[in-house]
Design a protein around this ligand. Sequence first.
Ligand code: FAD
Length: 597
Amino acid sequence: MAIEQFDVVICGSGSAGICTALWLARCGLRCKILESRQGPLEIGQADGVQCRTVELFDSFGLVEELLRESYHVLEVTFWSSHDEGGKGIIRTGTTADKQPGLSHQPHVILNQARVNNLLIGAMQAFNGQEISYGYSVKSVEVDASATSDPEAYCAAVTASKDNVDTIFKAKYVLGCDGAHSTVRRSLGISMTGDSTESVWGVMDVYPLTNFPDIRKKVAIKSDLGSMLIVPREGGSLVRFYVELPLGTVAKEVTLIHLHDMSQQILSPYTLDFVETAWWSAYAIGQRVANQFTKYNRVFLTGDSCHTHSPKAGQGMNASLQDGYNIGWKLAAVLKRQATPELLNTYTIERGQAATNLIDFDRKFAKSFSSRTLENGPHGNSTFMDHFIASGVYTAGLSTRYTNSVITRTDLGNPALASNLYIGMRFPSVQVVRFCDALPIQLQKALPSDGRWRIVVFAGDLTDSESSARLKKLGHYLNLVESPVRRYTPQDRDIDSAIEVIVVLSGSRQDLEQDGIPEFFRPKTGKRMIPDLHKVYVDDEGYNSGHGHAYNYYNIDERKGAMVIVRPDQYISAILAPEDHDSLASFFAGFFLSPLIH
Ligand SMILES: Cc1cc2nc3c(=O)[nH]c(=O)nc-3n(C[C@H](O)[C@H](O)[C@H](O)COP(=O)(O)OP(=O)(O)OC[C@H]3O[C@@H](n4cnc5c(N)ncnc54)[C@H](O)[C@@H]3O)c2cc1C
């Protein structure tokens, strides 16, 4: 049997697999992606892209295409059976899809095939990484005796293409092969949760209807059943999710059945189907794997380790976030930038996220299901209240990772930025770039490129104390023992491992470039020209208003704050700008110095 060897083998090229591979490609690493399909997904499956996932796309430089092609969800309406029986449904409520202040990015809808293809295109552009189609993974084994050697190719994936088996040896294997994961079964990992499965009918249709909200997101909870309507990209395509009665067998569902049910639920409005572009009936149980890894050499991601209903539109998003979490960590370990213990945090963080997801889905599904709440206007207004209260979760913005080597509430002084939460993603607000007056979302300064960031809120540099404090910090960071110098290979730019960003307060017109210590405009690139794009001011932008960043994050400009941000934009620690020791001890917890390679 042929044997091939790769640092990473990814089994499955769905959302989780591609997102992991995208990170590796972004960090310049090659891997092997084995996919049983003969080509990319072409149609169907999930479609909801929550705000946090849009932020993820932005961080990889892909947001413009996503936003241009997608349907933007702005308003949601709620419908229930009329109080007087036999009169069909009436609208019982209307609300904004996203409550104010959650994210600077919208919630959008785009079919999963296109979402995947945007990521695949970026992956190919980063380093030419391709997917190996037609390879069906049959088993995965790990040589437990070799796992203590970080360089060992101790995992072996057997996959078959055209009836010929090949063994792919790897340092790390990702099980991204969906709900019926072969990788999971092969490792003997079981799922716990529901023993029964609810069955959903899903259709992408071109409807002819007099239903007034056909271009809005709609939740209908009527005597005749529950249905979600989600407008799709392009102006006339619409997705219908129909919850089928308990006991329905997915394989026995027909398209005529789904058409009939949705026509009945939408009554008294008329509904004809000009075309059905795609449909499916799929069974799903709320379950989570009892283990996310084997020896920290094989990791399960996405549906292979958690499954749930599509009601809250989380499937594709949760899977992408798993890949987004593990990808940069694997890259850091493979590049010997971080100790392998960093990988422990994947299970800690995404295991908790999966458990929260299942809990949330249970409650959300219960409040939506026509079987569990009374119908009529009151019934659906309860669901509307629940929908609004759940907004931060469904936007993907409630994830808070617990303490670990990279999440340190025990370090420094979190109260210095009391509206920033350690373990949560860094929320964005508009600031103005000092060198060219460009108004910009601060999250744009935190792209997904594998670098850690120290965001220094330095206060107003016209104040002598603030100015002296920043000078002192610049002096420290320039010393060989500072984490910035210590973890940067000598032949690389000073900002290549840890980038330092400064956010000032006050008026930018009261400050000149030479008032900013030189360290914060380092000479980089092949021409070694000072990089002026690292300093921002919390000031009014021309024709774009004021972001009030210090206010928003609740930072006292006289004290300042230093925020350590992970490559995936989550906040690791909040320190005082003069707390150089804590800064050093944080990075010493997992970073590897290039000198000892
Ligand atoms: C028919 C269907 C309809 C869905 N509709 C919705 C919806 O409307 N809304 C919603 O929120 N969610 C929906 N989902 C769920 C959503 O698509 C998933 O939650 C999401 O895609 C999970 O991403 P993933 O990367 O974990 O897995 P997947 O996207 O399932 O990707 C797994 C990949 O692994 C490949 N694979 C599987 N086995 C092997 C093997 N042995 N060897 C090699 N490759 C393998 C598969 O071909 C696939 O490409 C639907 C799922 C299905 C199957």
